[in-house]
Design a protein around this ligand. Sequence first.
Ligand code: ATP
Ligand code: MG
Length: 421
Amino acid sequence: MSTFQAPKGTYDLIPPNSAKYLAVREAIAAPLKNSGYGYIETPGFEDVALFARGVGESTDIVSKEMYAFETKGGDQLALRPEGTASVLRAALEANLHKAGSLPVKLWYSGSYYRYERPQKGRYRHFSQVGAEAIGAEDPALDAELIILADQAYRALGLRQFRILLNSLGCRECRPVYRDALQGFLRGLDLDEDTRARIELNPLRILDDKRADVQKQLVGAPLLRDYLCEACRTYHGEVRGLLGAAGVVYEDDEKLVRGLDYYTRTTFEFVHDGLGSQSAVGGGGRYDGLSEMIGGPALPSVGWALGVDRTVLALEAEGVELDIPAATSVFAVPIGDEARRVLFGVVTELRRAGVAADFSYGGKGLKAAMKAANRSGARYAIVAGERDLADGKVQLKDMESGEQGPVALDAVVEALSSRVLG
Ligand code: ATP
Ligand code: MG
């Protein structure tokens, strides 16, 4: 222990567990890379106003959870709480929407920061992999993103997740619904904070987790009944395409999600093994966001999947990821001459693409073999002065325990063909 610990609400990714996080990020990214999405990386902080405008002043994310600060130079910045506003800002700044044909399809992976009450599955620093398809209004695009997330989770071996789907309407029909909902909510017995929310962000009240609130919400007007013809048709198309792709989803009229910028399609991936932090990912269409941050009209859709919660979901289901051993060959030299020779062999093995490691620090045979065992390597090569004098090394199969001499000048070849096939 040092004097310091990871800050509250954060944790370190440490081997061997950290390999799972890498595997999850790669598994989520793979279907995106395979579907025309290009990699984008944006700064960890942005002008605070980007999030205030883009995510929404009245959202929890902006009003309660944001790490906002002033720099020595007087700039008002915030650690990014989510990815979409930054990605859209970057795409507009680089004029990607003018450079080629639309949609611009991008994926990202990184750290996000929210000042939340820490608990299992809810951290102040967490990581997401996300995807955005910018500048096209096409139900096939909404369907594509949901299908790709489903494919990623399935490839990881997750089974107990569900897809919740809803439409939030558009700027034509949502205001009409908002009015009706406000009328209904004003008649309820709600605390002061929630009453204030009726005027600011009434849809979010539908998402209130408290049982006494949920009880009163029975009979609330449903957005489904207020969707305009265009929104209804659009949503029907998305549902049809998902069905045709064999993706199972549930209609959830109360799914509103925490960000102001969503329009039409919204969806969430929930996992039943996670308790109250059940959302592993979510997203939707955000047709108005570009204009909200000063850009042209660019109807877009995207999602972000939480890496931390996906790892927890895998653990909850008992899924073991197929993570190949980090080391295939471990070299154990006995004596100085053997150290120089085997270090050369390890270097050659690595150059040949074989994952190899070495017993450092002049350990004795017993301690070195223990290190070889721990490394998970399938093969150990052991050599002392006598072996080298004979031009040989001992090759041990750690799985079967079999051991035998191999000519020193043939060992790289022998191991490469065994490990790489
Ligand atoms: P919740 O309702 O649980 O607060 P959210 O709606 O705020 O989630 P999003 O903004 O949609 O979450 O982010 C997408 C995903 O990122 C979530 O589904 C979750 O997996 C992950 N995520 C969000 N906030 C956190 C956090 N504080 N800690 C860990 N993961 C998080
Ligand atoms: Mg949240």
